[in-house]
Design a binder for this molecule. Sequence first.
Ligand code: NAD
Ligand code: UDP
Length: 324
Amino acid sequence: MSTIKRILVTGGAGFLGSHLCERLVNEGHDVICLDNFFTSQKTNVQHLLELPNFELIRHDITVPIWLEVDEIYNFACPAAPGHYQYNPIKTIKTSVMGAINVLGMAKRCRAKVLQASTSEVYGDPEVHPQTESYRGSVNPIGPRACYDEGKRAAETLFVDYHRTNRVDVRIVRIFNTYGPRMHPFDGRVVSNFIRQALDGRDITIFGEGDQTRSFCYRDDLIEGIVRMMNNGEGFIGPVNIGNPGEFTIKQLAELVIELTGSSSKLVYRPLPADDPTRRCPDIALAQEKLAWNPTVPLRDGLEKTIAWFRSINISEYRPPTPNY
Ligand code: NAD
Ligand code: UDP
């Protein structure tokens, strides 16, 4: 049997999706990238367009589509708070209807389907570090709910299609991931701090800066995702994929200033509602089931990301929303 698979990546032109497409194309698979370009642009996959085993489809995943595939990575969903809160109803539709559409396709084609879930399913966690068995603390009516609850509902759909229709599913809970090709106007902390530092502008810390995040470099993340899809054990997850190194936001700001050699000053702004206080993955399950470990320390990953931000022409990027 051929080892070349027909693989659909929804959200394939985005930050993580475009790297995943690149990896799968390089492995020789036939890759279909589907995207509505809400938070991305064609240039992210331009280098793949001429290749015979890559295809790009402009499509909105809330609308069904008929394709024949062996595997689906479901990445379509705005991921940065400023992007997913811009049109919250569209965000939850993307997670829920998108899940229904890819699961229906997977059922028809007998394809394997992986859901890009998120650490946001844990909300503002009372358990630290977060294990997969922790059920989370999400405010269902807060500003982050459109994303958090949409991703939680998508997980429910994935396990129910698995239980009732025997669809071969995989669920990965992704923790904060960064790296080259992040959208420069996504408003996420890594892109904001790097751009502010490179421009010599004030670095905007929300709250006191003592909230924590754990930052995973994108290559480590993609490796974990592909291992999860390929695991032959029938292990469906959910599994945490993230880097357990935990940093306060203030520490991140200081590191970015050091690595850029910037003279930017720290300024403090109000903390957004429901901003999680601490976040750190327990990755014991990924270590055990996938033999996966992150390998890139924050300092090294930031150096690569800063070099990329220095290299791009910012005027070629369109802000996805007016609120960047
Ligand atoms: P991104 O915004 O760069 O990528 C999302 C892609 O989905 C974009 O190309 C966007 O245009 C596309 N998209 C959005 N709505 C769509 C729709 N209705 N139909 C078709 N395409 C649509 O974000 P990312 O960081 O690459 O995130 C990719 C996935 O990983 C998302 O599902 C996100 O929730 C998940 N995730 C990411 C992180 C992270 O730190 N980067 C953390 C947790 C989970
Ligand atoms: N943050 C910040 N300054 C910024 C952007 C974000 O202090 O300019 C904080 C934000 O309040 C949160 C953390 O950095 O506590 C991570 O924010 P991000 O939007 O990257 O992702 P989140 O993990 O909150 O979804």
